[in-house]
Design a binder for this molecule. Structure first.
Ligand SMILES: *Cc1c(COP(=O)(O)O)cnc(C)c1O
Length: 381
């Protein structure tokens, strides 16, 4: 089976992890800060806080944004459930803004309209989590302009997008349009640490909060200690209710080694996406927007005439590990119990019903990709 996504591990990655195993610190050593610095250098962000998953990153981003019970957070239905769950972890409620079917990302027009209504009803969100679906950036400048009058914290779920750029050519995570950007290093993402993630920000105050929430709410930083304790070498102070979301040094060492090859991974993904784009031109499918700045996490086609279930099964039976991204979040039974219903976000729903994700990753060989194309043509023609 040709999988839809896959990590790429080389000897340098292995050596980096083994090296940590032979050294003194498995966690809380030098690898994590080094990885954080490298993430800042790559993206242009001022601060990076490494965590043990993208999901943890989304949670502490919401906490740092001050999200609590009674607050409202908006995101898009066309994402992984974690983009919405983070708000629920904080006791807030979630609502959704539908996507633009052309970009498959949050629709700025619908956002504007929904904000207008929410303002009248005094039910404005405190934060908006935007998702750069498949690695293709949202129009961040436009979205930032739209939310500006409403005092909303803008959080980028950049789990798909490390290595990609926004419309202005800034690396994802480095721009000033949002307050924080969350990354994931799950094996199918741009780079991997097995499990892992990070939150990037240009704001020192948010970085400080993120660090607290990721490590029990406990600090040893002298300037944060209560009066009278700053000269006690043993002293540490819990300032808020935090979690243990730390990344270990083993994982950080892998991330640091992987980051050196990120540009080559993105280059390979872009080439392969371009190859699909040309090869599938004559098929009765909608191809993804051909964005040259995208990190190309996913290559998703929409079937124009064929039954998705039949095509999906035929391809799986032919050894092509196709997948579907995403079942709209509000369609999950858990979200239906919260009161959401099918039909509420028609663009995400129509997109979902026709979507099939084709294999795309750095290691996908030309022969494998040709086989995917051949099988797809056979099923569709
Ligand atoms: C992968 C992913 C996450 C969660 O990341 P984990 O590291 O698996 O916790 C969040 N949002 C999106 C859009 C993702 O694709």
């Amino acid at each position: 089976m040709i999988p839809y996504g896959k990590h790429n591990i080389d000897d340098a990655d292995i050596a980096a992890v083994v090296d940590v195993l032979k050294n003194e610190f498995l966690t809380q050593g030098k690898q994590v800060p080094a990885f954080e610095r490298a993430l800042c250098e790559y993206t242009g962000a001022s601060h990076a806080v490494a965590v043990n998953s993208g999901t943890s990153g989304l949670h502490i981003a919401c906490l740092a944004a001050g999200i609590e019970a009674g607050d409202i957070v908006w995101t898009v239905p066309n994402s992984f459930a974690a983009s919405a769950n983070c708000a629920l972890y904080c006791g807030a409620s979630v609502d959704f803004v539908d996507i633009d079917p052309d970009t498959r990302n949050l629709s700025p027009a619908l956002l504007q309209e929904k904000l207008h209504h929410a303002a009248k009803q005094k039910a404005l969100p405190k934060a908006l989590v935007v998702v750069h679906f498949a690695g293709s950036s949202c129009d961040m400048r436009q979205i930032a302009d739209i939310v500006k009058p409403y005092n909303i914290t803008l959080i980028e779920d950049g789990a798909h997008a490390l290595g990609g750029e926004d419309f202005d050519g800034n690396k994802i995570g480095g721009s000033n349009c949002s307050s924080m950007t969350v990354l994931s290093f799950h094996p199918v993402k741009s780079i991997t640490t097995a499990e892992g993630g990070a939150v990037l920000t240009n704001h020192a105050d948010l970085a400080q909060k993120l660090r607290l929430y990721a490590s029990h709410g406990i600090t040893r930083e002298k300037e944060l200690l209560p009066a009278g304790h700053s000269d006690e070498a043993w002293y540490y102070a819990q300032q808020c209710l935090g979690y243990n979301y730390r990344l270990s040094d083993l994982h950080a060492a892998l991330g640091l080694a992987q980051l050196k090859r990120l540009d080559s991974f993105i280059h390979a993904r872009r080439k392969k996406a371009e190859y699909y784009h040309k090869a599938l031109a004559e098929l009765p499918v909608i191809r993804p927007p051909g964005n040259i700045r995208s990190a190309w996490h996913l290559y998703v086609i929409e079937l124009l005439h064929h039954d998705r279930k039949q095509v999906f099964e035929a391809l799986r039976n032919a050894g092509i590990g196709v997948n579907v991204h995403y079942i709209p979040i509000h369609w999950h039974p858990y979200y239906q119990k919260l009161g959401f219903a099918q039909g509420q976000y028609p663009a995400s729903e129509k997109y979902y019903q026709r979507a099939i994700t084709l294999p795309l990753y750095a290691e996908l060989t030309a022969d494998m990709q040709d086989e995917v194309i051949r099988q797809l043509k056979e099923v569709l023609m």
